[in-house]
Design a protein around this ligand. Structure first.
Ligand SMILES: [Fe+2]
Length: 424
């Protein structure tokens, strides 16, 4: 089934709204299993690589599962997420990472779910999702595109309208730049506002997830990584850098950074459970290294992505480094990451969090433009930021859902000579 058909076949609004009502009616104690039953098994793509892809989906009841895949719709191969020889068994989410793929190649896949009883015996026949397709990352591609949505905050109406625009854009990647949730409260709300929508709009265009400050708190937050699968880091000692990624698709190198919570680690609101200050410092060490990686360093365009803006013209505003609520920007990110991105000649930092489209043009001291995504007022500031690039030009379009165009901006390839980088 083609993705466009799938959007028609699965009414996102009705589906997700039903789940929200269900969740509200059946708010279960945390220790209990999810109360959501009969969740449609809608797989979506994450962690795209030149030779790998992750597929995750919600199950809403005890189940095991795997992914069938292949270079034709006949499939033929299987990928399991095993640990110590055990196949997964989970009440909420399943995922499988497909490896050993070829770069720039189309693959077909489907998720297979097998319901289980509490005694670990099968409770029914395997249920197969529709067959979808994806393409693996291809650094040699001639073009690249991405679409960014952000700050959807469990608002199903906005999510429905935003994602309805995505099929026409046909982005290679869909960036969901944080504050997907109001807090990570429960399995039910995570399924309704994250897993099921992603299963509709990101079954064929991989989702690039950047945590927002609202996505890193809440009573169920420690379970989120079972759905939003951490990236595999090249260096096993950097495994704690869960949502950092750097890959190149065609002319664009994309680098994902995690700005974390919106105030200092010591803020009473975090209950002593946040350690984002050392996390941001570790990311700076990682960033310095990946920006020198040949595939990243040689890309004509360098685009970094993080939820909380790095730059704010008024430096007296809350920079997230106090125990006060709600940072306007990430002073630590600006201090530690900003100069590295400048030195590398990054053209764009895509951010979110401020709930209104905004562009802070680069300066001689900060070569990157800061682009801030839209808000959550359907008639006013909800927006999609869309980028498409060839080797000669990257065009960024910032457009509100109401049709108002904030701006279209064109970027030239990085100045490799100035940056001391040899173009390959
Ligand atoms: Fe935010």
């Amino acid at each position: 089934m083609k993705r466009r058909d799938f959007f028609t076949a699965v009414p996102l609004g009705a589906l997700a709204l039903a789940q929200v009502k269900n969740a509200a009616a059946q708010e279960a104690p945390l220790a209990e299993k999810t109360a959501v039953q009969q969740v449609p098994f809608l797989p979506f793509l994450q962690n795209p690589g030149t030779d790998s892809m992750t597929v995750a989906w919600a199950v809403g009841g005890r189940a095991t599962g795997y992914v069938e895949y292949g270079e034709t719709a006949e499939l033929g191969k299987q990928a399991f997420n095993t640990l110590a020889g055990l196949k997964p068994l989970d009440d909420t989410f399943l995922f499988a990472r497909i490896t050993g793929l070829k770069s720039g190649t189309t693959y077909y896949y489907r998720a297979v779910t097998i319901p289980y009883k509490d005694d670990n015996k099968p409770a029914g026949e395997p249920v197969c999702s529709p067959i979808h397709s994806f393409r693996t990352v291809d650094p040699r591609a001639s073009r690249m595109s991405f679409a960014m949505i952000n700050d959807t905050h469990e608002n199903q109406a906005i999510l429905k309208e935003l994602t309805a625009k995505l099929p026409a854009l046909k982005p290679d990647y869909i960036i969901w730049n944080g504050d997907i949730l109001n807090d990570v409260h429960s399995a039910e709300r995570t399924i309704a506002s994250l897993a099921l929508p992603a299963g509709v709009f990101s079954a064929e265009s991989p989702l690039l997830y950047l945590p927002g400050n609202h996505d890193c708190v809440g009573p169920w937050v420690h379970n989120l990584s079972r759905l939003m699968v951490p990236w595999e880091q090249e260096n096993p000692q950097e495994r704690a850098l869960s949502y950092n990624f750097a890959f190149r698709q065609g002319p664009v190198a994309l680098v994902g950074l995690d700005t974390g919570a919106s105030s200092a680690d010591a803020a009473p609101a975090w209950g002593g459970l946040i350690a984002h200050e050392p996390y941001r410092a570790k990311q700076a060490e990682w960033l310095a290294k990946v920006l020198k990686r040949p595939d990243i360093a040689s890309a004509p365009f360098l685009v970094a992505i993080c939820h909380i803006p790095l730059f704010e013209p008024d430096q007296t505003l809350n920079g997230g480094d106090t125990t006060d609520d709600w940072a306007r920007f990430s002073r630590q990110g600006l201090t530690l990451w900003g100069p590295l991105l400048h030195k590398a000649g990054a053209q764009i930092v895509l951010s979110a969090h401020r709930h209104a489209l905004r562009r802070e043009a680069g300066t001689p001291q900060r070569c990157w433009d800061q682009i801030i995504g839209g808000g959550r007022d359907l008639d006013k500031d909800a927006a999609i930021v869309f980028g498409e690039a060839t080797t000669d030009k990257l065009t960024l379009t910032m457009r509100q859902l109401n049709g108002t165009e904030y701006g279209v901006f064109e970027y030239k390839p990085r100045n490799f000579k100035r940056n001391g980088i040899r173009r390959v």
